[in-house]
Design a protein around this ligand. Structure first.
Ligand code: BES
Ligand code: ZN
Ligand code: ZN
Length: 499
């Protein structure tokens, strides 16, 4: 979808499949641009606002068709809710709504008027709406050979009309790069596991070199030399060889310690010998979403030339149950030297991250380290699709993530860590076991396991099992892969680590 900004509506003859959109608060007052249009249309907008059951609630939407004298064939009015509640998230919700609504109604192009609200920097608000519209318009049509035209959102061009188009353009230029990163993540996550496996995922990351990212790919043999027995054990039942992708963006001062992001990249999780039930097993193609977010985040940061040093690490394996697969009860030695009794081969994400986290802190000595992983089904039970689970050994970092989550709409919710949970993963035969007994605190004990591999680095773990994929769609995402985390961590970097 092409996004544009302008200070004026286009005039002239009625264009087919073209909508003029006016956004109003619940006072239903029209701003200057919308009032001028209303006058030109002989009061059609004001009359419609009076006649219809429309009270300007957030993301409420209605259309009037065939308005005489309008340069489009549809006049659409969208609500913003109460003026006192206007903020970035309102414009996000409304921008996404406009894109999804027009995209479903066969509209090809639209002009959206935003103006006349008090206490809002209208240029920034318009950029938020544009960002969300662009993200909501995502469509993965690669494998449709017959119904593509019917399924694809119709909207091709969206023009935002605002008096502060300069500010909108400036902020959107940055958001566009973030959106490119998010869409990269979504593509990787949506691709099936016969297309995206460790080697092809790593290959896809190589495109980031064009943006100035240094991309290294470690093979299984190289990881073996490093002693990554934990990660390699997960991959040994698959014909697809594991990979570790290390991406570096050096936009900051030479002396600045990097910020590190580490992702779980299980390109398919059958559960291994502790095999999963067949119902919904296909969902496990998105068990690489953590790694997908790290790749998309690197694309976003490099794309907008962030003034910061960043390392992104993706631990990539396929968890399969062949004759060479690891068995429940096997003991593996991780790169840290710590031994692990693998009691359940389906608790594999933590085994991958154990070596990826240790490697990252050991090699880069980062100032902070944040990992993302579709780690536990238990977090889906706790928080559903709307918040990621947040675990951290550092209150400041946890607070920053929580605040940035509220600001961007990619929220996370902190859960505790503690010695009583840590004890639950002590093993009789090795330093630890990869599952705890009983059904309690599954997401927490998984986080405790990860914490044993961060070596005291200020660290946060985001369990994104619930948020990586949306069943119904969200304000800024159609149903499917959401790309959750790119926007959050881009903003974390921007607000706290750049400059
Ligand atoms: N990949 C799954 C977790 C998951 C569940 C991701 C649902 C996305 C949606 C993970 O590897 C897993 O299987 N975890 C087990 C751990 C258990 C064996 C301790 C789980 O959550 O059941
Ligand atoms: Zn698993
Ligand atoms: Zn998994």
């Amino acid at each position: 979808m092409k996004i544009q900004f302008s200070t004026k509506l286009t005039e002239g003859k009625t264009k087919a499949k073209h909508a003029i959109v006016v956004a109003v608060t619940d006072t239903k007052k029209l701003g200057a641009n919308a009032a001028a249009l209303d006058k030109k249309l002989g009061g059609a907008i004001s009359r419609a606002l009076q006649a219809a059951k429309f009270d300007g609630k957030k993301a409420q939407i209605m259309s009037i068709l065939g308005v005489d004298g309008l340069s489009g064939d549809r006049l659409t009015i969208v609500g913003l809710g109460a003026e006192k509640d206007l903020g970035a998230l309102t414009f996000q919700a409304v921008g996404g709504k406009i894109a999804s609504y027009l995209g479903r109604h066969g509209i090809k192009s639209a002009e959206v008027i935003f103006d006349g609200y008090k206490g809002v920097k209208v240029g920034d608000a318009v950029a938020e709406a544009a960002f969300s519209a662009r993200l909501r318009g995502y469509f993965f049509g690669k494998y449709h050979t017959k119904r593509k035209a019917e399924l694809q959102p119709s909207l091709e061009t969206l023009t935002f009309v605002t008096k502060d188009d300069a500010a909108a353009k400036k902020l959107y230029a940055e958001y566009e790069k973030v959106a490119d990163g998010i869409d990269f993540t979504r593509d990787l996550v949506t691709e099936p596991a016969n297309v995206i496996y460790p080697e092809s995922f790593a290959e896809a990351c190589k495109q980031l070199t064009k943006l100035g990212v240094k991309v290294e790919i470690l093979t299984a043999a190289q990881m073996k030399k490093l002693g990554m027995g934990s990660l390699l054990g997960v991959g040994q039942g698959s014909v697809r060889e594991p990979r570790l992708v290390v991406m570096q963006w050096t936009g900051g001062k030479k002396t600045q310690k990097p910020v590190a992001f580490v992702g779980k990249g299980v390109t398919f999780d059958t559960g291994g010998i502790s095999i999963k039930p067949s119902a919904n097993m296909g969902d496990m193609k998105y068990d690489m979403a953590g790694a997908g977010v790290v790749a998309g985040l690197m694309k976003a940061l490099a794309g907008r030339k962030a003034k910061v040093n960043v390392v992104g690490v993706a631990g990539l394996v396929e968890n399969m149950p062949d004759g060479n697969a690891q068995r429940p009860g096997d003991v593996v030695t991780s790169m840290s030297g710590q031994t692990i009794e693998v009691l359940n081969t389906d608790a594999e994400g933590r085994l991958v991250l154990a070596d990826a986290l240790w490697y990252t802190q050991d090699r880069f000595k980062p100032q902070i380290m944040v990992n993302l992983a579709t780690l536990t089904g238990a977090i889906v039970i706790s928080l559903g699709e709307f918040r990621a689970g947040l675990f951290s050994n550092n209150d400041k970092l946890a607070d920053k993530l929580t605040a940035v989550g509220k600001k961007t709409g990619e929220e996370c919710w902190r859960l505790p860590l503690g010695p009583e949970y840590d004890e639950m993963i002590n093993s009789d035969i090795a330093d630890m076991k990869n599952i705890s007994e009983g059904r309690g605190a599954g997401s927490i004990t998984a986080a405790q396991f990860l914490q044993r591999f961060v070596n005291g680095t200020p660290w946060a773990h985001l369990d994104i099992a619930g948020v990586a994929w949306s069943g119904k769609g969200l304000a800024s995402a159609p149903k499917g892969a959401t790309g959750y985390g790119v926007r959050l961590l881009n903003q974390l970097v921007k607000d706290h680590y750049e400059g």
